[in-house]
Design a protein around this ligand. Structure first.
Ligand code: FAD
Ligand code: DHB
Length: 393
């Protein structure tokens, strides 16, 4: 098999890249370890930045997002039983965020890619990448029981944090930065109308909680849990009980409960691999970096990376100009580190750190929250990072 760009991974990074390349007349083949059904059902991100939404719309895959997505112009910070609204759009010249599930973005992209005749191979096993430092890098994999080689001009490693691409880079090339947080999130999807119109980020002595949403009938909620907790430690009653306590408000507001359709635990880490390139292989999205989910940045960073990569590849195919490819890693890393700092800041402001038995940290976190909700300058800083920066910025 032969293609121009071989893409490993049919998550947001791989699909958006393949879509953007197609619009510029560049062909790609995507291989994906999981089944189509699995990838389209995996519940993950829900918050899209304005720039991500604009890109999806401008490239013809934003129709359903415009009809079914929910645009939000503010978020709430809740602490000591009081609600404080951060008016995101007022503070950022009208920018907004959109609530639209990652798996819906995936479905829209897969539909568009297949309608355009794309090759997406699901349930591929034993993927490998070879000859990365030559002009003909190769993806090897097992497809329908047969071993195949895909010869490429370039390989895009869009295979997430646990993929193979980053690990295929020879020792000594990458510098990695890694921080594991001493807690995680229990996340649920519940069949109940959201008890709020806007996202609520809550900080309490018991820990963090987040009330998000998906549709007028579906709520998405998270609670901070211990680092080593397993989902069996969190029966439904315990999850609702913690959510009630952490989201409690002094004015009698109550949280509505409903059947839990899905639940899981997410670890929290900050990770960056530099550079995001080796020879003719480029890493994008979670394959190169992970942020703790508190800032809602991961999917948005993945889209930003592949936007840069698509631009750079177009320049190469049009004029054999490799300057943008050479600058790919540094162009991405600037925004990656901005998002790392913001996600770390949100995470440290809103979570209880275990082992921290002095009451000092708690008071400092409250002081920081009080400042953010009373100072226009501090609130603007949160807002501009949360809604995100223009893609070409
Ligand atoms: P992935 O989505 O991980 O896709 C990689 C793909 O590669 C997968 O389909 C995988 O099966 C495939 N793959 C892996 N190995 C191989 C292999 N060897 N061969 C072939 N295929 C392979 N981000 C936001 O922006 N906003 C949010 O609100 C948000 N909330 C989140 C909440 C939670 C609970 C979690 C877990 C994450 C959240 N994120 C959020 C982060 C976001 O989901 C990820 O950053 C995003 O999925 C990254 O996309 P990706 O394409 O880089 O990687
Ligand atoms: C959601 C996830 C996040 O990580 C976040 O910060 C906000 C919302 C969500 O899944 O809806």
């Amino acid at each position: 098999m032969r293609t121009q760009v071989g893409v490993i991974g049919a998550g947001p990074a791989g699909l958006v890249l393949s879509h953007l390349l197609h619009l510029q007349g560049i062909e790609s083949i995507i291989i994906e370890r999981r089944s189509r059904e699995y990838v389209e059902k995996r519940v993950r991100a829900g918050v899209l930045e304005q720039a991500t939404v604009d890109l999806l719309c401008e490239t013809g895959v934003g129709g359903r997002l415009m009809r079914e997505g929910l645009s939000h112009h503010g978020i709430e910070l809740r602490f000591e039983g009081e609600a404080h609204r951060i008016p995101l759009s007022d503070l950022t010249g009208g920018r907004a965020i959109w609530i639209y599930g990652q798996q819906e973005v995936i479905k829209d992209l897969v539909t568009a890619r297949l309608a355009a005749g794309a090759e997406i191979h699901y349930e591929v096993s034993d993927a490998s990448v070879e000859r990365l430092d030559t002009e003909r890098p190769v993806i090897g994999c097992t497809l329908d029981g047969k071993r195949v080689n895909i010869e490429c001009d370039f390989i895009a490693g869009c295979d997430g944090f646990h993929g193979i691409c980053r690990h295929a880079i020879p020792a000594g090339v990458l510098t990695t930065y890694d921080r594991d947080y001493p807690f995680g999130w229990v996340g649920i999807l519940a069949a109940v109308a959201p008890s709020t119109d806007e996202l609520i980020y809550a900080f309490t002595e018991r820990g963090f909680a987040l009330h998000s949403l998906r549709t007028p009938e579906l709520s998405r909620l998270y609670v901070q849990c211990d680092h080593d907790d397993r989902i069996e430690d969190w029966p439904d009653d315990r999850i609702w009980d913690e959510l009630h306590q952490r989201l409690k408000k002094s004015d009698g507001w109550t949280l509505k409960e409903g059947p839990i359709l899905e639940k899981g635990i997410t670890g929290m880490r900050s990770f960056v691999a530099e550079p995001m390139q080796y020879g003719r292989m480029f890493l994008a999205g979670d394959a190169a970096h992970i942020v703790p989910p508190t800032g809602a940045k991961g999917l948005n960073l993945a889209v930003r990376d592949v936007w840069h990569l698509a631009q750079a590849l177009v320049r190469w195919y049009r004029a054999r100009d490799d300057a943008a490819l050479a600058g790919y890693s540094s162009a991405c890393l600037r925004r990656v580190w901005r998002a790392q700092d913001f996600s770390y800041w949100m995470t440290s402001m809103l979570h209880r750190f275990p082992g921290d038995d002095s009451r000092v940290s708690y008071k400092l976190q409250l002081a920081r929250l009080a400042y953010v909700v009373t100072s226009r300058a501090a609130a603007t800083s949160l807002a501009e990072n949360y809604v995100g920066f223009p893609i070409e910025d």
